[in-house]
Design a protein around this ligand. Structure first.
Ligand code: NI
Length: 143
């Protein structure tokens, strides 16, 4: 049996959806207003879901403060108040929120966490959210 814990964080950042290997016309067709040269900002609500056994002595899956400290250091310090187009993570990929969720999942997979990483979910707007599941969390896979 596993128990899941989801913690929610907020960071603000801007992006411009643009693929330099495509023409300006193609970029406008694909990305529409999101290709505006000046970019635009979002309040990104990030949810990080971890799983584990409930520790008998604490009744908890993990120390939430320990999770917060990793997410702050690895993710919020890196992306908050940034123009995503200008940072190394997006030097070769377009900073869509799909790619941002994937990148955050990759970063968190590479550092010690106090419980198993299951899912990264980002709400970009009230109407858009994106999820990136750890491979082991995909339906049908045993772990
Ligand atoms: Ni956007």
């Amino acid at each position: 049996m596993k128990t899941y814990l989801t913690r929610r964080y907020l960071f603000v950042a801007s992006h411009r959806l643009h693929n330099a290997s495509l023409s300006d016309v193609a970029n406008r067709e694909i990305f529409g207003r999101c290709n505006n040269p000046h970019g635009h900002g979002h309040n990104y609500f990030l949810e990080v879901t971890v799983s584990g056994q409930i520790a008998p002595e604490t009744g908890m899956v993990c120390d939430v403060a320990a999770l917060d400290s990793v997410v702050s250091r690895e993710i919020l310090d890196r992306f908050d108040h940034q123009n995503l187009n200008n940072i190394q993570d997006f030097s070769t990929i377009t900073p869509t929120t799909e790619n941002l969720a994937m990148r955050i999942q990759q970063i968190l997979s590479g550092v010690p966490l106090p419980a198993n990483l299951e899912r990264v979910r980002i709400e970009e707007t009230r109407n858009n959210s994106f999820e990136y599941m750890s491979r082991e969390s995909e339906p049908g896979r045993e772990r």
